[in-house]
Every structure is written in C-alpha cells, then in structure tokens.
Design a protein around this ligand. Structure first.
Ligand code: AMP
Ligand code: ZN
Ligand code: FE
Ligand code: FE
Length: 293
C-alpha cells in the first residue's frame, strides 16, 4: 500500500501562502499526503477550491482556519479543524474573521504609512496586486520590499522593517486565545493550540495557558510542527496526555514565503522521522466520534 501521510496545517494564496488552494492539494498529493487540511489565516475563502481538488484526487480534506490571538505571553495561534459547511453554523465565525481582516487592514495601512515616512515608496495598490484577493499579511510586505530591492531578502525585511523591532512595525488588535477557542468550539470545530513551541514562554507558563484554554473547550495540541524538534515533541506529547488533549500535526507550509518548510513534512514526526502518520488522523476521528482520547 502507498504510504499515507497527514498534514493538518497549511496556508495558500487565500492568505499568506504562495500556492493556490488547488495547487497546494496537488502538491500534497505528490508529497504522499492523503489527508490534508487548509488552515489559512482569518479566511475560509480557499476551502471550496481545495476541497474540490482533493475530491478529484481521492484525498480526504479537512476544512480549517488559523486565528492569531494575543495574551500576556505574546502571540498565540489557534487552529480550527473540521469546520462545518453550513452558513448558519459558520455565521458567528465568519463575522469574527471579517473583523480580524478589518483589523489587519488598519494595521497594513499604518505600516504602509510608516514605510512611506521612512522614504520607502510602497503603495497599497501594489500590495493588493501582489496579494490578489488574499488576506494581506506581513509576508506580502516582505515580498514587495524584496521585489523593489529595498532589502535583500525576507529575513532582512523582517529584521529592519516588519518584525516586532522593525522600523515600520505596527501592532494588530487581536482577541485573547480563550475567545478564539470558544468561537471555534461554538461552530463545532476541533480546536488545537498551534505550534505551542513557538510561544515565547516557560514550560510552566505553557501548561497554565493550555489548562486555561481547555476550560474554554480546547481539544488538542499541535504536537507535530515544522518548528518542533524531538525534545519539544516529547514534552508536548506528555503535556497532551496529562491534560487529556488530542494531538494534531502539520507542516505550516507557506510555499516560497517559507522555503524551508515542505508540505507534508515536519522536523520530527509521529513516524519517528519527518512525517505525520495516519494513526494521528485515526485518533482524531475517534476523538471526534466519542469525545474521548
Ligand atoms: P501577520 O499575520 O501579518 O502578522 O504576519 C505573520 C507572518 O509573518 C507569519 O507567517 C510569520 O511566520 C511571518 N513572520 C514573522 N516574523 C518573521 C521573520 N522574522 N521572518 C520571516 N517571516 C516572519
Ligand atoms: Zn502565515
Ligand atoms: Fe501560526
Ligand atoms: Fe500557520
């Protein structure tokens, strides 16, 4: 039997990835992935196209999204997986995501203004043209700055201008993670704490945050992720087990915006190498059916 791999965290051109939703699914297929989620930032607009492509390739598709939130520990990302299709069940989530996109727009305009004040001629129309109809994020700014020769590469764009210490950085209004968990739960999603290893905090602080999110309905921890090494995976596995949380995993693929990340691959996977195996998916299906691990 062909190997059968899982990727439950990916981004397309609907947000700040560089592959269209259908190209991403075709690439996943070529990478040996047969169960794939699309989890764009703050939008569900790529899901139908990706789902159609997955159907034509006999792949299992998981409808998802990722919401960026903020708390005393800094930036915390929440994944909603197995989103329903019905407009009624999604009404609250869609309204909230629209608000997030509005906050992004305000931040983007403020960042453009800062760049202009620094003597860098970038216009909103250029950013829009680059992003097409996507949710515009800082990677689009970075791409534009590279294209214009203002910086040599993405890293420099973030270091000099777009990162937290960059000259054009502007904070974005973001909800607390508890709110994102509650909203996703209310629409019936399976909710996972994304890349916990990237949260800038101690293990004890992470345990406290996770326990608090569980009170709001958090289902799972993203144990497997491109940024998690074997040690992190082992710690997170233990924490998920102790707290009675399910386990998810995904590459966080963004196409050429993050060229070191390969679709369907992580640094340390459930197969002991760099893949997420079907057992992870099967455990999630069982959890969804029974509510138990
Ligand atoms: P935004 O959602 O607009 O705040 O942008 C966040 C995106 O920028 C995420 O995909 C991050 O991974 C990416 N990002 C943040 N810092 C850096 C960095 N130093 N280098 C490259 N990408 C970054
Ligand atoms: Zn992203
Ligand atoms: Fe994220
Ligand atoms: Fe992501």
């Amino acid at each position: 039997m062909k190997p059968f791999f899982v990727d439950l965290h990916t981004h397309s051109t609907a947000s700040d990835g560089t592959c269209s939703p259908s190209d991403l699914i075709r690439l996943a297929n070529r990478e040996g992935v047969s169960i794939c989620a699309l989890t764009d930032h703050d939008t569900l607009s790529g899901l139908d196209e990706a789902q159609l492509a997955a159907k034509s390739l006999n792949m299992t598709f998981v409808r998802g999204c990722e919401i960026s939130t903020k708390c005393h520990l800094g930036s915390v990302h929440i994944l909603g997986l197995w989103l329903p299709r019905g407009k009624t069940r999604l009404a609250e989530l869609m309204k909230v995501l629209e608000g997030e996109r509005h906050n992004r727009m305000e931040r983007n305009l403020a960042m453009l203004q800062k760049l202009n004040m620094l003597g860098i001629a970038v216009r909103f129309e250029e950013l829009e043209a680059l992003a097409c109809n996507a949710v515009i994020g800082r990677p689009h700014f970075a791409q534009l700055l590279v294209q214009k020769g203002v910086v040599a590469n993405f890293q420099e764009a973030f270091r000099l201008y777009l990162g937290k210490l960059g000259a054009a950085y502007v904070e974005r209004m973001q909800m607390p993670p508890q709110q994102a968990v509650a909203i996703l739960k209310r629409c019936g999603a399976l909710v996972s704490l994304a890349h916990p290893g990237l949260i800038a905090c101690s293990h004890d602080e992470l345990k406290a945050l996770t326990a608090s999110l569980k009170d709001y309905g958090l289902d799972a921890l993203e144990v497997f992720h491109s940024s998690h090494d074997a040690q992190e995976v082992s710690f997170l596995h233990g924490m998920a087990e102790r707290l009675g949380l399910a386990v998810t995993g995904g590459s966080d693929f963004h196409g050429s915006h993050k060229p070191h990340i390969r679709l369907g691959h992580v640094q340390y996977g459930s197969d002991g190498k760099n893949r997420i195996s079907r057992t992870i998916y099967e455990a999630l299906i069982k959890y969804r059916r029974t509510g138990k691990m």
